[in-house]
Unconditional design. Structure first.
Length: 482
């Protein structure tokens, strides 16, 4: 597997927490959240290895509370903590006792690191009479350990979790850990530039690798050579490969108890973007879509947008927010049975055949993000955000709209733009003419509105004055290399 890439700012923040514990002799408490397989555990392992600090790293597995405590005691006894010898043949009755024991011999010169990975799997959640989560006995036990002991010892306590909504809720008012953590970290996927480094690719190939891997480190690290076809043939031959198993883990973990949300996500992932289309594909009537859509939005699995112009609009569209999950739902989810039976190879020709069409839509949000990374930039006028435009019957669509705000009506349209992500054919004057014709029907577009072109294969016979022509290398470079 390719070595560790990026995450420098996150490593620096963890180091700052340790430095604080070393200076003050007091505990530091960090929560770390991010999707499954996004590299949270890898980040913490890398931090421990670089720091050389004594540590125990315990990954919960959703077993009974008694079994989890017994497994923690075993991990503690095998750890590099100075308190390891105290855990031999010890039975902990509570997490309070376990954590107090683990921290018992920490010193300011060499602070102890205690990691509880997949912390939500430790918790027996409780709800009040209104159905709202109020915490768990494990959270309460941890609070006692922190308030009474750990906060006064030179330790770094790290809680890691993939259940984003639960990890965010841990510190809400009324929950046991409210105001306890000294820092909350979010681990995002690697960005396109970091994927380029990990996969050894450049330009358009790096951006397209990002659209398959989504910046998930294990998937990107598995694709360091070969083209898309060879990567798919190797990955789809094994249902345990990172490309296949990551999607299953995410979907099973986050939607185990929400059949409607899972059905709606599948509909969106296979191309349904409007309420009516989602309803038709999922079989859920439009007046019953509100709750599953809210679940998906709260989990940040989907994103929603409105057409940007100087006119108001309610013509909302939905899309899968994560590039990897979008790829998985489009091409692998419905074919998982074939992959599981060792017949994943039969999916490859269909993916390759539809790849160029898929790219045309999938690359749009990445390009919008890339241009926003470049702002402010004189080429794009007064634009502060980048979106798109479509009318109700979808007879007019414009890939790029630069505006002053995220939702319509906007005060001004700074630029309009077209994305031509063709692999061989350059963008031409007819593409720009079509952009101008479509732009004339958008509220807020005037003769002063700038024209922007994004092209994968260059330009040819373009005479219209363009404010900017963006090609893959510049787009890739817009993403910071951490």
């Amino acid at each position: 597997m390719k070595g560790f890439v990026g995450r420098r700012s996150l490593l620096d923040r963890l180091t700052a927490e340790v430095d604080e514990a070393r200076t003050t002799g007091q505990g530091r408490f960090v929560t770390v959240r991010g999707r499954r397989r996004v590299g949270k555990s890898w980040l913490i392992e890398e931090f421990i290895e670089r720091s050389g600090l004594p540590a125990v790293f315990f990954a919960a597995s959703g077993q009974t509370p008694e079994r989890e405590l017994a497994l923690f005691a075993e991990k503690l006894a095998q750890s590099t903590l100075p308190s390891a010898e105290l855990a031999s043949n010890v039975r902990f009755e509570t997490w309070e006792a376990a954590l107090v024991a683990a921290s018992s011999q920490a010193t300011a010169d060499n602070p102890s690191v205690i990691v509880l990975d997949e912390f939500p799997d430790l918790c027996e959640l409780r709800r009040n009479s209104e159905g709202d989560l109020t915490g768990s006995p494990q959270e309460g036990s941890l609070r006692k350990a922190w308030d009474q002991v750990l906060s006064r010892r030179p330790v770094l306590l790290i809680l890691v979790g993939s259940d984003l909504s639960m990890m965010e809720a841990l510190t809400l008012y009324g929950r046991p850990l409210h105001q306890r953590p000294t820092r909350e970290l979010v681990v995002p996927p690697l960005n396109p530039h970091e994927v380029a480094v990990m996969t050894g690719r450049a330009g358009a190939q790096a951006l397209e690798a990002y659209l398959v891997t989504g910046g998930f480190p294990k998937i990107a690290a598995a694709w360091t050579e070969g083209d898309l076809r060879s990567f798919l043939e190797g990955s789809l031959a094994d249902d345990g490969s990172p490309l296949v198993s990551t999607g299953r883990l995410i979907l099973e973990a986050e939607f185990r108890s929400s059949v409607q949300a899972r059905s709606v996500l599948s509909a969106i992932g296979t191309g349904s973007r409007t309420n009516k289309a989602i309803s038709d594909a999922s079989g859920i009537t439009t007046n019953h879509l509100t709750y599953p859509l809210k679940v998906l939005l709260d989990k940040r699995v989907i994103a929603t947008s409105l057409p940007l112009s100087a006119r108001s609009s309610t013509d909302r569209r939905y899309a899968v927010a994560d590039p990897y999950l979008r790829f998985y739902l489009q091409f692998l989810d419905l074919g998982y049975g074939e992959i599981e039976r060792g017949r994943g190879r039969i999916l490859v020709p269909g993916i390759i055949e539809s790849w160029d069409t898929y790219l045309g839509l999938a690359v749009e949000p990445i390009i919008r993000s890339a241009i926003e990374n470049l702002l402010p930039d004189a080429r794009f006028g007064s634009a502060q955000v980048v979106g798109g435009f479509w009318n109700r019957d979808h007879s007019v669509e414009v890939d790029l709209i630069g505006a002053d705000r995220r939702d319509p009506p906007v005060e001004a349209v700074a630029f309009i733009g077209s994305i031509k992500w063709r692999q061989r054919k350059p963008a031409t004057g007819s593409d720009i003419a079509e952009l101008i014709r479509s732009g004339s029907q958008i509220g807020g577009v005037t003769s002063d509105t700038r024209l922007v072109l994004v092209t994968r294969a260059g330009i040819q016979d373009v005479k219209a004055p363009l404010a900017a022509v963006l090609e893959p290398d510049e787009l890739l470079a817009s993403f910071p290399l951490d």
